[in-house]
Design a protein around this ligand. Structure first.
Ligand code: F6R
Length: 357
């Protein structure tokens, strides 16, 4: 039930700190170390390449997951949109492992790939929020998200849960191979949960940002580099699906290769700046759009912030920034939709689980 909340989406955004803590608990052993079923860790370690298959928001979580698995477990990863993969299968490696990411576990496009790769004798792991769902039953292994039921059509807490579970999977797999981690993931996910709480308490500020940048606009761009690019894709999807504002996320460096032609006087451009290594270059991209009249909404991480930034998120482990930089983007989409009288929880033309191909 949504209780005192006006919408499930807002309730589910607010549940994210709790979900982070639940996930850590669910994947801890008696000595509080993170743990994953050894047969799953074994399957990852046997693979020479991992293929992540998903749709929509879950695909965006997969893009972040690729970074985790490559950085922490040193296994190459490809991420594919399920509907494309099924008729345009890439040349596979010798020992692939397939990882399906699906909140509902019922998405037909993903299931169709699962059926295909099983026919070819390959193994699959499903990461899902729904125990006993089709994708979970039909895969060799399952990891659960522990996010609790997600009712709003626009996915929020399932996205951050997917990212947290992928981080734990990558971390445990890396450690099983003796790869040294310079950080304590349990502690860092705790810091993330606290940071999410801080952000959830800043709703009024985000409502104001939404009013300032999105109340009358036809379109909106999201730019970022490295992992901020992937979070920008998710921010754009959230905004378009519930507020019907045409939104596009792209890599900061791609601006000059075409999209900059669309920047007009007052076009809102949301820029994410959470990564030290690309901070200067994304700031450069902001200058490029501002010079063409854009209205820049910069969301930066503490330590990298500059005077005119619209919103500053607390500092967390640089690998884990997607877990918190997405929260203001979820709120931005929520308030933009609210200000436009859109049906936040049930946007037009969309269903919660897409069970047709
Ligand atoms: C967007 C959204 C969709 C789903 C997609 C996959 O907010 O919810 O893009 O992420 O339909 O659904 P699952 O994860 O259930 O396979």
């Amino acid at each position: 039930e949504k209780g005192t909340y006006p919408h499930y989406m807002l309730k589910e955004i607010d549940e994210q700190p709790l979900v982070m803590r639940k996930i850590v608990q669910a994947y801890q052993n008696e000595s509080n170390d993170l743990t994953i079923d050894p047969s799953i860790v074994g399957a990852l370690n046997e693979a020479d390449r991992i293929y992540i298959i998903a749709c929509g928001t879950s695909y965006h979580a997969g893009l972040v997951g690729k970074q985790f698995i490559e950085k922490m477990a040193k296994i190459p990863v490809e991420v594919h949109v399920a509907s494309e993969f099924s008729y345009n299968m890439p040349l596979l490696s010798e020992n692939p492992l397939f990882v399906f990411i699906s909140q509902s576990g019922e998405t037909a496009d993903s299931r169709s790939v699962l059926v295909q790769i099983k026919e070819q004798g390959y193994k699959a792991l499903t990461i899902t929020n729904v125990p006993g769902s089709t994708l979970s039953r039909e895969a060799n292994y399952t990891l659960l998200l522990h996010a609790g039921p997600e009712i709003a059509v626009a996915s929020t807490k399932a996205y951050t849960a997917q990212i947290a579970v992928l981080a734990i999977l990558a971390n445990v797999t890396g450690r099983s191979k003796g790869i040294e981690m310079e950080f304590d993931l349990v502690q860092d996910l705790g810091i993330v949960a606290n940071a999410m709480e801080v952000l959830c308490d800043k709703k009024e500020e985000m409502e104001e940002v939404a009013r300032q940048f999105l109340s009358t606009t036809r379109n909106c761009f999201f730019i970022g580099r490295a992992v901020d690019f992937y979070v920008g894709l998710e921010g754009a999807l959230k905004l378009k699906e519930i507020s019907y504002i045409q939104a596009e996320g792209f890599a900061g460096g791609e601006l000059k290769h075409g999209t900059i032609a669309l920047i007009e006087e007052g076009t809102p451009v949301v820029a994410l700046a959470t990564q030290e290594s690309v901070n200067l270059s994304i700031r450069g991209n902001v200058k490029e759009v501002v010079a063409r009249g854009a209205n820049p909404c910069i969301i930066s991480m503490k330590g990298l912030e500059e005077e005119d930034d619209s919103f500053v998120i607390p500092e967390v482990n640089e690998l884990l920034t997607p877990l918190i930089s997405v929260v203001p983007l979820q709120l931005l989409a929520y308030y933009a939709a609210l200000h436009r009288d859109c049906d936040v929880d049930k946007p037009r033309n969309l269903a919660k689980s897409v069970t047709v191909e």
